[in-house]
Design a protein around this ligand. Structure first.
Ligand SMILES: *Cc1c(COP(=O)(O)O)cnc(C)c1O
Length: 377
């Protein structure tokens, strides 16, 4: 019996070619020829102000926390239903995390609860566009502006996803906050095994971002010939990836349209075939202001016991389905530090949400098998 995995990283076929070229060029440390190609690609295609490849989205979030001068006791608002990196990046700087509940209709943070969480110590809001589906950024940016806060988009899952605001302009996710962090981990639509990118939209952070990424030195300026020697200017770390990673990533980026077309057709097929089961499971919701980049297809059932049975049933029949985040406010690390209110929606997604296999090479037969197996339960 063939087994359908949850994820299978897609290769475009050009990756090895480009890695070979990078190696041949004799410069495979950071910021080589392919890193530049990747930066240009994102800056041109999506209008991001400044792009800096990093070794992971976690790195990009850590850079954002440094750039915002997050200090002991500062408060940062973010959803509890997210990956640990969203929080650890700020906890490393000493921040207290103020967790916001998810929305009733989808797992993104409930924008209407953000304002009640703001105090004198609040420094930033970190919206996570869950499944690549936009948070209501008009609302979030207005709150941030009113209270003088920064917004860092956790855009880890957001390549090729958009938000249409009240002004009717369609903006790519990652272009709206003061900064944004993308991931190219192998579980994402566009991948390089491990990998990430910091987007700096607010120009006040652009120069320092380069320094922090290069061990606190102005080496980037030196390479551009803007200074005649480079030295230690600030705190920092080594956040930049080797050009070998960038070469791999570039092969993926060149195929972004094809990859997205395929994923969206898979997603739509799931929705079409699963919709008759909408009393058993709630279907993913895409608000009118958001686009769908088909990062994931998830369903929400009615309870933990039911979900455990479904995942078991699928597994017995050769389909690998997985649940997702565990409420961060109840995690072993943060539970004793959390003094906020109950977050019932977050807990509900923690218990009831599960994700179906979703990857480029998923065939129609695979999709039919997943749906039939779910139907037979
Ligand atoms: C994948 C992911 C991350 C972490 O990305 P890495 O590149 O593995 O560091 C952070 N936040 C969210 C929402 C993610 O989905």
């Amino acid at each position: 019996m063939s087994h359908i995995p949850f994820n299978k990283p897609y290769l475009t076929g050009k990756e090895i070619d480009y890695i070979y070229q990078a190696v041949q060029s004799g410069k495979i440390s950071g910021d080589g020829m392919f890193t530049k190609k990747c930066h240009d690609f994102f800056e041109k295609k999506y209008g991001f102000r400044k792009c800096l490849l990093t070794s992971s989205c976690t790195d990009a979030l850590e850079m954002a926390a440094i750039l915002l001068n997050i200090k002991e006791g500062d408060e940062v608002i973010m959803p509890s239903y997210t990956f640990v990196s969203t929080a650890t990046a700020f906890v490393l700087r000493g921040a207290n995390i103020i967790f916001c509940d998810s929305r009733k209709d989808h797992p993104g943070m409930d924008e209407d609860q953000i304002e009640s969480l703001i105090t004198k110590r609040t420094k930033a809001i970190v919206p996570v566009h869950y499944g690549g589906v936009a948070c209501d950024m008009d609302k979030i940016m207005a709150i941030a502006e009113k209270h003088g806060l920064y917004v860092v988009e956790d855009a880890a899952q957001c390549v090729e996803s958009y938000y249409t605001g009240k002004d009717g302009i369609r903006k790519p996710l990652g272009s709206i906050g003061h900064m944004a962090a993308f991931s190219f981990h192998e579980t994402k639509n566009i991948q390089s095994g491990e990998g990430g990118m910091l987007v700096v939209n607010d120009p006040q952070f652009a120069e320092r971002a380069e320094v922090i990424r290069e061990k606190g030195t102005n080496r980037s300026k030196f390479f551009r010939g803007e200074v005649d020697k480079y030295g230690w200017c600030d705190i920092g770390s080594s956040f930049l990836p080797s050009d070998i990673i960038a070469a791999f990533l570039y092969a993926q980026l060149e195929n972004v349209e094809d990859i997205q077309k395929k994923r969206i057709s898979i997603w739509n097929k799931y929705l079409e075939l699963l919709s008759p089961m909408k009393d058993r499971f709630s279907m993913p919701v895409i608000p009118a202001y958001a686009s769908n980049n088909a990062h994931m297809f998830y369903l929400v059932c009615h309870g933990l016991a039911e979900r455990t049975e479904i995942i078991e049933h699928l597994k017995k029949n050769g389909v690998n389905s997985v649940y997702h985040y565990l409420s961060l406010h109840k995690s072993p690390f943060y539970e004793s530090k959390y003094h906020g209110k109950e977050l019932p929606e977050t807990d509900r997604y923690t218990d009831c949400l599960f994700r179906l296999p979703m990857f480029y090479e998923l065939t129609d037969a695979d999709i039919n098998k997943v749906v039939t197996t779910l139907n037979n339960k």
